[in-house]
Design a protein around this ligand. Sequence first.
Ligand code: ATP
Ligand code: MG
Length: 358
Amino acid sequence: MTETLGAGSTIGILGGGQLGRMLSVAAARLGYRCHIYDPAPLPPAGHVAEKVVTAAWDDLRALQQFAASVDVITFEFENIPAATLDLLEPVCPIRPGRQALAVSQDRLTEKDFLRDLGLQTAPYAAVDTADELDAALLDIGTPSILKTRRLGYDGKGQARLQGAQDAAAAWDAMQGAPAILEGFVTFSHEVSVIAARGLSGEVAAYDPGENLHRDGILRETRVPARLTAAQRSDAVLMAARILNALDYVGVLGVELFVTAQGLVVNEIAPRVHNSGHWTQNGCAVDQFEQHIRAVVGLPLGDGGRYADVVMENLIGDDMDRVPDLMKARDVALHLYGKPERRAGRKMGHVNHIQRPKS
Ligand code: ATP
Ligand code: MG
C-alpha cells in the first residue's frame, strides 16, 4: 500500500530556478502548496510558491525547520550536498531518494551504474592527475572529452581533446578537480526520454524528443524524434530499467546518443528536464504535473502525446524576440521571470505547436 498525500499538503522543493517554478505551478493546479529552499535570494520559483526559505545548504536550523514544515521533499537540481540530505532525511521523506542523487552527482559513478545495468556508454576512465590523463589517453584516444566528475551543467567543466597535444590544457581546465575522460561518441543525433515512476512502482514514459545543442547548451527539442519504432521502444525500456534499478519516485531524464551501434546513454538527470518542456503543450499531463503526482503518491498520467511540438529555449538576447513570438500563431510562451538577462542564461522557452497540414 502506498500512502497518498492529500490536496492541501505541502511539497518542499530544493532549488528555486525555473524548474522549481514550473513544478510549483503544476502543484498548485492539483491543490498542493510549495515551499522553496534556495541559498540565492529572490528565486524565480518564489513568485509562485507559498513560501521561500533563503538559507545556505549547511544551515542546520533552517534545513530542519524546512523539513518539519513540509510533507515531502523533492528537488530541481542534482547537486545538493550529501550532508544537506543527511539533515533532511530523518525529518521528511525525500523523493526521488538518495541513490538517484548519489549516482547522478558523479559522472564516474553514473557511468559505472549504467554499464552495470548493461547499457552502452562512451568509453571512459577516471582521471585524478595529469599522469592519469596521459594513461587514459593511451587507452581511449582522441577525439575525447575531459569532464569534471561533479558539478558540470550546460557543458561547463568540460574540455575537448583533438589530440594528445591538448592534454595539458585540458587538465588545467579541470582546476585540480577529479575528472573523467570520455571517448567522443560518433552520433547522428541526440534524443532524450523523460519518464516517471510512481510510488507504487508504475512507470510512464513520454515520447522521446530530439535535442539540438549549441555551445554545450540545449537549444531545441523536437517531438517526434527521428527514431525507428525499435529504437523508440528501446529508449523507453532503457529508461524503465534505470527507474526500477534506482527504486525511483518522480520524473527522470535520460540523454541518449543515436549511433550506428545503437543507443548510447550520455547521462541521466534525476529531475524534470529541459528537454521535457514540450510536454506542457503536447500532453494532457506534462512532466511537471507528472513529477508532482509521483512524489505525492497519486497515479501517473499516461504520457500520451496529442501534438507534434518544437520546444525552443530563449537564451540571453533571444528575449528580444518575445514581442514577435507573442503575436505568432500556435506558440506557447513560458517565461521564467528572471530579472537580469545574461548571455547563456535560460530566460524562458517557447513551444511551437505543429498543426497537421490540411
Ligand atoms: P547539460 O546540463 O546540458 O546536460 P552537461 O554539462 O551535463 O550538459 P553533457 O550532457 O555531458 O554536459 O554534454 C553536453 C553535450 O556535449 C552533449 O549533449 C553532447 O552534445 C556533447 N557530448 C558530451 N559528451 C560527449 C561524448 N562523450 N561524445 C560526444 N558528444 C558528447
Ligand atoms: Mg547533458
